[in-house]
Design a protein around this ligand. Structure first.
Ligand SMILES: NC(=O)c1ccc[n+]([C@@H]2O[C@H](COP(=O)([O-])OP(=O)(O)OC[C@H]3O[C@@H](n4cnc5c(N)ncnc54)[C@H](OP(=O)(O)O)[C@@H]3O)[C@@H](O)[C@H]2O)c1
Length: 234
């Protein structure tokens, strides 16, 4: 029996795209969601990945995505919740940004996990992986809402791990800096690198390695894996 596909949300660029390509390299069928048409999508399509539009800004967009997903597959090997909205706390736009990040980081994983459990049950091995953020460990004075919604995602890891055991493992990955954004200036880069004991920009492969570990290990559930270059010991 062919393996069921792995779904990665928000995988048209950066970390999600990298994980999708590595999974294809390893022979897994892949389904990804994307919001903006980006050049990486063509590479995935050429290799046979299914790319589905999704906007997780509100309940309607999330439910529409779930309905489309179910038209294309009746089984999933794993769901990787990678889509993310990194918004600063901006005066005058606090409530709107907070609601948006609740929707992307918490409501989408919550509803997808509830409504797609049947797809995961159709696979002999099944995983849910929430991509969180190491910042949830200590808080952030400039990204209070982002941090709170990622902490909420960590809580979903615990609750869904309890709810879905032993058939479906549910874990999280909490990275610190993986990749800088193009417009990050030299001062920001130096300050950010100095926060970790390892002092490097590791790239997206450390998330793929963590994902691989969580999917392959039969005894880990309800765990959020810290991938932070030793920020907590510095
Ligand atoms: N990069 C890092 O250094 C870092 C550090 C710590 C944690 N993380 C976590 O690792 C994961 C991957 O990071 P990344 O930097 O690769 O993420 P990213 O590029 O910032 O975002 C991933 C995707 O999420 C999508 N997205 C945003 N809002 C959405 C919405 N309303 N509906 C549907 N999709 C939406 C974006 O779509 P568009 O293409 O339309 O923009 C984007 O392509 C994220 O969960 C992030 O929080 C990353």
């Amino acid at each position: 029996m062919p393996t069921a596909p792995i779904l990665i949300t928000g995988a048209s660029q950066r970390v999600g795209l990298h994980c999708a390509e590595r999974l294809l390299d390893d022979g897994h069928p892949v389904i990804i969601s994307y919001r903006s048409e980006r050049e990486g999508l063509e590479r995935l399509r050429e290799r046979g990945a299914l790319t589905l539009f999704a906007d997780f800004s509100d309940e309607a967009g999330i439910l529409a995505f779930i309905a489309v997903l179910k038209k294309h597959t009746d089984a999933l090997r794993a769901i990787v919740h990678n889509a993310s909205s990194w918004q600063a706390d901006t005066p005058g736009q606090e409530a709107q940004a907070f609601a948006q990040m609740v929707s992307v980081h918490m409501l989408a994983p919550y509803l997808i996990n509830l409504h797609c459990a049947d797809l995961l049950h159709a696979s002999p091995q099944a995983d849910i992986v929430h991509i969180s953020d190491d910042v949830a460990r200590k808080g952030s004075s400039k990204h209070i809402a982002y941090c709170a919604t990622k902490a909420g995602l960590d809580s979903l890891t615990l609750s869904f791990a309890a709810k879905y055991a032993p058939r479906i493992k549910v874990n999280g990955i909490a990275p610190a800096l993986l990749m800088f954004n193009e417009d990050d200036d030299a001062a920001y880069r130096a300050k950010t690198l100095a926060k970790s004991a390892m002092g490097i920009e590791p790239g997206p492969q450390v998330v793929y390695q963590s994902l691989r570990y969580l999917m392959d290990n039969p005894y880990v559930t309800g765990t959020t894996l810290t991938v932070n270059g030793g920020r907590h010991v510095k």
